[in-house]
Design a protein around this ligand. Sequence first.
Ligand code: NAP
Length: 294
Amino acid sequence: MERIDGKKISAQIKEEIAREIEQIKQQGGKTPHLVAVLVGDDPASETYVSHKEKACNKVGMESEVWRLNADISQEELLKKVDQLNQDPQVDGFIVQLPLPDHIDEQKIIEAIDPKKDVDGFHPINMGRMVIGLPAYLSATPAGILELLKRYEIETEGKNCVVLGRSNIVGKPIANLMLQKAYPGNTTVTVCHSRTQNLQAYTQQADILIVAMGKREFVTADMVKDNAVVIDVGIHRIPSDKTKSGWKLRGDVKFDEVSEKASFITPVPGGVGPMTIVSLLKNTIAASQNRIYGE
Ligand code: NAP
């Protein structure tokens, strides 16, 4: 079994990005500029946004966080989105989800200029991805593709089973694994909470991608020998053995599944660290007009 080291790969990619930004600057180009919009004070969102800001600083990118009150009206937020859409200094921006209940998330996502939608959540980017056109890919699925590539994992002709059909992970990764590309060219099955006899599907998977949000749900008996197992789940559980008082677990029972897998992502240190680098890569692409041209 080989453990897929997302922490190491993400560090390598950050170095590559830092070199690329340095080169852009040396050639007199504009420093890529990312803005994160944070509405309210949800602690998890605060943490994600501060990680993103730190990563931007580390690679030499310009970054800003727009902190807005939780009681901002939808109309006001739409105005802020428009302001960012119009600002030529801003290459890309994200509106950190979830948003407060009185705001229609989909309305906000659709108000973002697809050319600046570095989270890749706008229907135009999603649609372009599905038909195989250049698009901003959402961060977690893009991170998974990058791990498969860096570990040179063969995908063509394999059975890929995706557990979960969310708009941010399950649906996009299933579509990407279906593309006529590498990584891709797999035969994809997507399972969800209404799937009957889930195990019959998972046992057929050469590549099993798990994004269910169910702690340690996937056990060794559900997995084929030598399968590639990608665990997207993140669960924080109390622990008296760590300084922080908690530890992370995934959707896969790592200890037993790793005995059978050929490659497996651990939690933490697998898919998680790749998410931020995907966002950085999208922001550079935005600053260089790589997806939509001038
Ligand atoms: P989500 O929106 O809650 O979707 C979960 C999916 O799993 C749904 O499609 C659901 O089916 C399916 N599901 C739930 N229970 C099931 C069961 N017993 N059998 C079969 N399918 C089942 O989750 P998400 O946003 O995709 O996130 C999934 C996990 O990944 C979470 O733990 C989240 O924290 C983590 N995550 C990690 C990253 C990262 O960077 N590593 C990024 C995003 C998310 P239905 O559609 O039928 O309800």
